[in-house]
Structure formats: C-alpha cells, structure tokens
Design a protein around this ligand. Structure first.
Ligand code: DGL
Length: 269
C-alpha cells in the first residue's frame, strides 16, 4: 500500500457538500493531491436510516481505497456520526479523520460559557453524536441542537443570500439562539455555503465553527505526525469521482469549490 507523502488524500461525502472540505484543504495544504468521491447518485444521506448510511459508507470508502490514499477524510457529518467505524475498518490502519470530531474539538476550544449549539442533518442530530463527542472532551459543556433538513437543498440551489433561506434559518435557529449559546457548529458540510446568512442571524457574539476549516487543520496535524505532509510546492487540481452527473453539476461544483473542475470521473457504486 502506498503511504508516501505524494499519495493522495482521499475525501468523500454523500454528494458535493464535501467540496467545502476540499476547498479548505487546498487553501491550507496547496501541495496535497486530493481525490474526492461524491456519491451524487444517492445523496442525500441525512434523511436515511443508519443501516443504509453504513452500507453507503462502506461503498464510498471502498472506492477511495482503490486509489491507495495516504489518509481518508470523511467529509460528511452524517457518515462521521453513524458509520465512522465502518470507514476505519475499510481503511485498514490508514489515518481516518471525520468532520464531526474535528468540529467538536474546535467548538470546545472556542466556547467560553460552555453552551454550544449544533446544527446538522436529521440523522446527525438524532444520533446525538455531537453531544457525545463534545462531552467526551468536556463533560461540563451543555449541547443544544437543531436539525435543519432544508439547508441542504437551499445550499444546492445557491440560495445563500435568498430571503427564503433567511426565513427558514430564522425558524430553525430561533430556539437554539434562546439558549444563550456562544458557539454554533455547522455540523453539515453543505452549511458553509450558508455561513454568511447564518452568521447574520446568530449575531456578532456567537462564534461559528465551520467543520470544513477545522478538518483541514486536523489533517495538517495528523499528516505531520505520520510524516506524510506533501511539501513539493506543486499545486495539484483535485481529482473528482462521482456516482452520477446530475444537472447543474458544473455550476454546483463552482459554487462549493470556487473554481472549475476539469477532471471528473464517473464511477459505479
Ligand atoms: N454533507 C452531508 C453532511 O455533512 C449532508 C448531506 C446529506 O444529507 O447527504 O452531513
């Protein structure tokens, strides 16, 4: 198995939301080769059962393993919450990082009043995985959460600044914001697209934790530990694998990644 510094970092998500993680990794670690799999044929995962999510996670990690990555990043909070062990098993000893753990760690570091809000897909919030992860770090933190199922389609419609998105966000966040939280975790990799609008509703006193940014910091730390950081200085385009090429795919990639993707491969799941 290739484990040299020049091997790619394998990243996956249910669809294109995880491209926000790719963007964060590219900006922090520009020499890293990135292999990204988006299960565009089966997205969304967040409304599905744990059995199905675990099966999909197994397939997704298996696809990345064919390309001999040096690390796997689960750029999907839903999979991080419900099937992280499945990915570790398929990864056979490779470092495996999940957005959920990274987001939980950063939130605890930032919170001053030990009251943290978490938003995510229905499956992520129902699993209570963020509460477990946060309380494993600090049992005194109180965690308040809210499922925001409409945020994924709103992000994919590019409704980042649309009044409809703002109305939905106000409804979803209202109860959470009454809890005197000082930190809010964006517990879904689609949500950074709506970050600006969420920040506006949350107000200036609440710190927003973007799990995409936190996982990039964690990846750098772990790669350095394993002596697998690629410091060749050559910027590389991400190689993108998808299980379907939906309409608007190109526009969506540009929205989530902020650049055009020249290199897309269709794979079977
Ligand atoms: N991006 C996925 C996550 O982070 C959510 C999208 C989905 O429901 O598949 O949870």
């Amino acid at each position: 198995m290739t484990t040299s510094a020049s091997a790619p970092i394998g990243i996956f998500d249910s669809g294109i939301g995880g491209l926000t993680v790719v963007k964060a990794i590219q900006s922090l670690l520009p020499s890293e080769r990135i292999l990204y799999f988006g299960d565009t044929a089966r997205v969304p995962y967040g409304s599905k059962s744990q059995v199905t999510i675990r099966k999909y996670a197994q397939d997704d990690a298996g696809i990345l393993m064919k390309y001999q990555p040096k690390m796997i990043i689960v750029a999907c909070n839903t999979v991080s919450a419900l099937a992280f062990d499945v990915v570790e098993q398929i990864g056979k000893g490779l470092p495996v990082l999940g957005v959920l753990e990274a987001g939980a760690e950063l939130a605890v570091q930032h919170s001053r009043n030990a009251r943290i809000g978490v938003i995510g897909t229905s499956a992520t919030i129902a699993s209570n995985a963020y509460s477990f992860a946060i309380n494993a770090i600090d049992p005194d933190v109180e965690v308040f959460s809210s499922a925001c199922p409409l945020f994924v389609p709103l992000a994919e419609e590019g409704y980042a600044d649309h009044p409809a998105a703002s109305m939905v966000a106000q409804e979803y966040l209202e109860k959470l914001l009454e809890q005197d939280i000082d930190t809010l975790v964006l517990g879904c990799t689609h949500y950074p697209i709506l970050k600006h609008m969420i920040k506006k509703i949350a107000g200036p006193d609440i710190i927003i934790i973007d799990s995409a940014e936190s996982i990039a910091l964690k990846a750098r730390e772990v790669l350095a530990e394993y002596d697998r950081l690629n410091d060749s200085g050559d910027a590389a385009f991400p190689h993108l694998l998808v299980s379907d090429l939906p309409q608007k795919f190109k526009a969506l990639c540009e929205l989530f990644l902020g650049q055009e993707i020249p290199d897309v491969e269709l794979v079977e799941v």
